[in-house]
Design a protein around this ligand. Structure first.
Ligand code: ADP
Length: 262
């Protein structure tokens, strides 16, 4: 297993509460190398908390997270993160934005340029590499953010609702581009989304979280014919199945949390 999450709980300090409620509680799962796993759940259920713990931006209150057999104690280049909004440096062109992440790695300059070229090609932005962020559409900015992470050749790609701010057509195009990249590189991905359709289309396996404290977990392995198509009956069936499981989970929400449910 590339990732092992065992009995992880996390709460955020709250000024008026001695024992703040858990954002996530007693969560356990594993991810194999090359798998595309989606974390699906309603807003506020703890998806980003889980992703931030895996990224090493914070540590669990209880439980452990292991990556490649080593305990995660902080961020690292082997775990690349793409957020909902691309945070690019406006005064640097696309190529320089990607280069910036590589500078601290100690990789030889020539090899850095090769990695940038490969990353630009993967997201199909080679022709726009001299453009500046203000000249780019939202979708292009997200592709730069993805290229910046891919250039670092992470073993795990952590993606936190990366396409949710995009229009439907751009979102579908980027989903397909991501799937192509994953097929080429056998990239392991943990992808957070609240969209049932997105999870059903992208994932090999979907982990469903209920409303907080999200310890209620359901898991759906998706067997499908390749290549994926959006109109396939099997995709519709998967969407229905995920919707049903999500509904079942929200039926089990403890009283104090019921307002948070969708
Ligand atoms: P999701 O990504 O599913 O929308 P989050 O992980 O962002 O959920 O949030 C889970 C819970 O933790 C929510 O109740 C949220 O209000 C709370 N939370 C998240 N971040 C913080 C924070 N920095 N401080 C306090 N509470 C937080």
């Amino acid at each position: 297993m590339l990732i092992n999450v065992a009995n992880v709980s996390k709460s955020y300090p709250q000024p008026l509460l001695a024992t703040p409620p858990a954002a996530i509680e007693d969560i356990s799962f594993s991810i194999r190398e090359g798998e595309f796993v989606c974390i699906l759940g309603p807003s506020g259920c703890g998806k980003s908390t889980l992703l931030n713990l895996l990224a090493g931006f914070m540590t669990p209150d209880q439980g452990s997270i292991e990556f490649g057999g080593q305990k995660v104690t902080g961020p690292g280049p082997e775990r690349g993160v793409v957020f909902q909004e691309a945070t690019l440096f406006p005064w640097l062109n696309i190529r320089r934005n990607i280069e910036l992440g590589l500078k601290a790695t100690g990789i030889a300059k020539g090899h850095q340029q090769q990695l940038i070229d490969e990353a630009l090609a993967m997201v199909d932005l080679h022709c726009s590499q001299q453009s500046y962020p203000h000249q780019l559409s939202g979708g292009m900015k997200q592709r730069v953010a993805l290229a910046r992470v891919l250039a670092l050749q992470p073993q795990l790609l952590l993606m936190d609702e990366p396409f949710s701010a995009l229009d439907a057509e751009t979102r579908e195009r980027l989903q397909d581009q991501l799937l192509n990249i994953c097929a080429q590189k056998r990239q392991t991905v943990l992808f957070v989304t609240h969209s049932v359709e997105e999870a059903a289309y992208l994932a090999d396996r979907v982990l469903i979280m209920g409303a907080p404290p999200a310890s209620l977990f359901n898991e759906v392995e998706i067997q499908r014919s390749q290549p994926r198509t959006r109109n396939a009956k099997e995709l519709t069936m998967t969407i229905l199945r995920l919707r049903t499981l999500l509904k079942e989970l929200s039926r089990h929400i403890p009283e104090p949390y019921q307002q948070a449910a969708v």
